[in-house]
Design a protein around this ligand. Sequence first.
Ligand SMILES: O=C(O)CCC(=O)C(=O)O
Ligand SMILES: [Fe+2]
Length: 310
Amino acid sequence: MEFGKFKSTEALNQTYNRIRGLGLEENICELDTYGFTVVPPDKVADKAFFERIRSTVLRLCTERTGIEFDLDQNGAFGEYKAQPQSDGQFLLFYLLMADRVFEEWILNPTLYALIDYLMRGQQQLSSLTSFVKWKGDRDSLGLHSDSPPDRDGHLPACSDVANAAYCLTDYTLDNGAIAMVPGSHLYCRQPQPGEAESRAVPVEAEAGSLIAWHGNIWHGAFPKKTDGLRLNVTSYHCHRRLKTQEAYQWRVTQEMLNRNPPEFARLVGADDHMGWDENGPDYARGVRYMSDDVKKRFAAARAKQAKKAA
Ligand SMILES: O=C(O)CCC(=O)C(=O)O
Ligand SMILES: [Fe+2]
């Protein structure tokens, strides 16, 4: 029996084969069972890429705050005003538009494969941010699901959003690791305030690891008790039918699209005709960056129609 080639799952075969090719089967099992996984650095990116993206995030910290940032020193807000800010934490936003290294990152094969699996190929990038943390107090773990709930707080069983943090420093309990409630993605609802805190576990991972999670899982963070920074690149994706947090669809430049493969264009909604003006929809956007398997399915449908008409 050979898996990966079934005719009825043409769209999924590629995802399946990608997962197997990268040796991520165990991670998929963890995602399905527990709602999160940790991929070790050697399956994510090489050291040179890691160093490049980390120094870029540090440079942006310095540029946006006006204060020199160093991994071993605690941070400060300086001139930086973007919200939310809390004790010992801010977020850097809109990283995709800040440096080309982030264009490379969203196409990273391991990140792409895990998100593609969770979102069944329907993902777009919602935001690319960095949580910048240093020593600070928290009065709770701040448990939440990343998926937007319906009116009554219910979540769909599928992963409507999926998230992944590329750890740029070690995550340990004392360093303010992300907190996960294993298996809570199956509850299909947001937690009540304060609920399940005692069941949350610290996700300990060395710098260079990728922590990925199902959109429904209850997660937050432990307080950072040590000196120095905790840094990441948080790669938040949502289903194509949802609004993105950051504005890419009409803002990503043609130059950015030209220098990247069609997967990039689809991730930033450059193939999406929604949001038109008085000129109406431009359906050509969808065709321009269509994936090979969708092209194949379209061609097969057209051929069938032509045969019928003949
Ligand atoms: O690492 C953290 O502080 C948790 C961040 C979080 O909730 C998220 O990235 O969705
Ligand atoms: Fe979150």
